[in-house]
Design a protein around this ligand. Structure first.
Ligand code: SF4
Length: 410
């Protein structure tokens, strides 16, 4: 039986990094983050999207800072959010001219809680170290952490060419894919080494190395985790649209998280045009919650349905209860401490309904086709009531509300 009942691997020992009041790494739980897709210079739209991501549960939010207008908007965005009581740390995403934007916009440098820089495009050749150093020095001056975020699509070509040449000179023991993976890992580690030489503490550095293929991501992060104790941000870049992006991200990050690798995650989903950006936060939370690492919202267990129930009442009820619980969580977290641990079951017939409902804190077994039109409700494993008539769904929702009030109210 050895190993059968064992818990997941222990978390990798990573140096904790404070991003304003959110700790990434150390003993802190894995942090959920997201990124806006608005033009940061558009203060109204960016404030609205940051607020929506925060309300959905994003603990850090990254915004693009790509030009003067965007940098000038950052302190306004910060101020507007704080005016409505939103203090979620903002991360500035810099490419190419980050050193210049940070130098020219001190209020932006101050308002951001962290800078994300890409060592692949921070500058070119001899300018590179100077521009990289300028960003690191700004981070030291304003006491901000930095994420050194390597990305497969903008990998340092000089480093890659150098490793390819070396590999060839040694008789090509590594495949081109392996050399590329090594270049990604080295780009992150060498940049971190340089930042530390300049004077940025290890407790101010987070590393990431994003690629778009699941096996590459697992290989690269496994190696990064083995060769450093920096806090790690996990993310599969260009994960894809819809279910493909969700499955690919969950597969790759689930395997790494199970091995204790990863201190903060972002699920990068390509939204449908006009689609809800908050979905990436929900998927990240669900990944962490289903793996048992964190609890964000109560779980609603529902059976998949089958030929034993042709009614859609149980699916509609499960969806409604889940949506209500998620919507109420920002308020309920304060009003009902521990409510995240609640388990609700909504089942479609007598076969698994009573059993599953008994395992939940509160559960209902709706009548399947041909069954007596009665729905037993179980609370804390015991039958508490039998609902009948046209208002079963409303009556059960009311019972869930009463249960929460009774069990979790301060
Ligand atoms: Fe089908 Fe009943 Fe099982 Fe739901 S509980 S999947 S309706 S057998």
């Amino acid at each position: 039986m050895s190993g059968y009942f064992s818990s997941p691997f222990p978390r990798r020992d990573a140096v904790g990094v404070a991003v304003a009041n959110v700790i990434v790494g150390g003993d802190a739980p894995v942090v959920v983050q997201s990124m806006t897709n608005t033009d940061t210079a558009d203060v109204d739209r960016t404030v609205a999207q940051v607020a929506a991501l925060h309300r959905a549960g994003s603990e850090l939010v990254r915004i693009t800072v790509d030009r003067d207008e965007a940098a000038a908007a950052v302190p306004k965005i910060r101020e507007r959010l704080e005016r409505v009581g939103i203090f979620v740390p903002l991360i500035g995403d810099f490419h190419y001219i980050g050193h210049k934007l940070l130098a020219d916009h001190p209020a932006c440098a101050e308002a951001l809680a962290k800078y994300r820089i890409n060592p692949g495009n921070v500058g070119f050749k001899d300018k590179k170290d100077k521009q990289f150093a300028a960003i690191i020095e700004t981070a030291i001056k304003y006491d901000k952490p930095v994420r050194i975020g390597v990305n497969w699509g903008s990998l340092d070509q000089e480093l890659l060419t150098h490793l390819m040449d070396d590999n060839q000179a040694n008789g090509s023991p590594m495949t081109a894919q392996e050399v590329t993976r090594e270049a990604i890992v080295q780009s992150a580690l060498l940049s971190a080494e340089l930042a530390e030489e300049i004077g940025l503490g290890r407790d101010r550095i987070i590393l990431s190395a994003k690629v778009s293929q699941v096996q590459d991501l697992i290989a690269v992060y496994t190696e990064l985790a083995r060769r450093s104790n920096h806090a790690l941000h996990l993310g599969l870049t260009e994960a894809g649209m819809g279910t493909k992006g969700i499955v690919a991200s969950s597969a790759a990050m689930g395997i790494l998280l199970q091995q204790g690798i990863g201190d903060t995650i972002r699920i990068s989903l390509t939204p449908e045009p006009g689609g809800d950006r908050s979905r990436e936060v929900q998927v990240a939370q669900e990944l962490l919650q289903t793996m048992g690492f964190r609890q964000f919202v109560p779980v609603v267990a529902a059976c998949p349905g089958c030929g034993r129930t042709t009614s859609t009442v149980f699916q509609e009820l499960a969806q409604k209860i889940e949506a209500d619980l998620r919507k109420n969580m920002p308020v309920w977290r304060k009003k009902y401490p521990g409510v995240e641990a609640l388990k609700v079951a909504v089942m479609g017939c007598i076969v698994n309904g009573p059993g599953e409902s008994k395992h939940a804190d509160i559960g209902i077994s709706l009548p399947g086709t041909g069954e007596t039109p009665a729905a037993p409700v179980f609370i804390d494993g015991k039958k508490a009531a039998t609902l009948r008539g046209a208002d079963i769904a409303e009556d059960f929702e009311k019972m869930v509300g009463e249960y929460i009030e009774k069990r979790f109210a301060r």
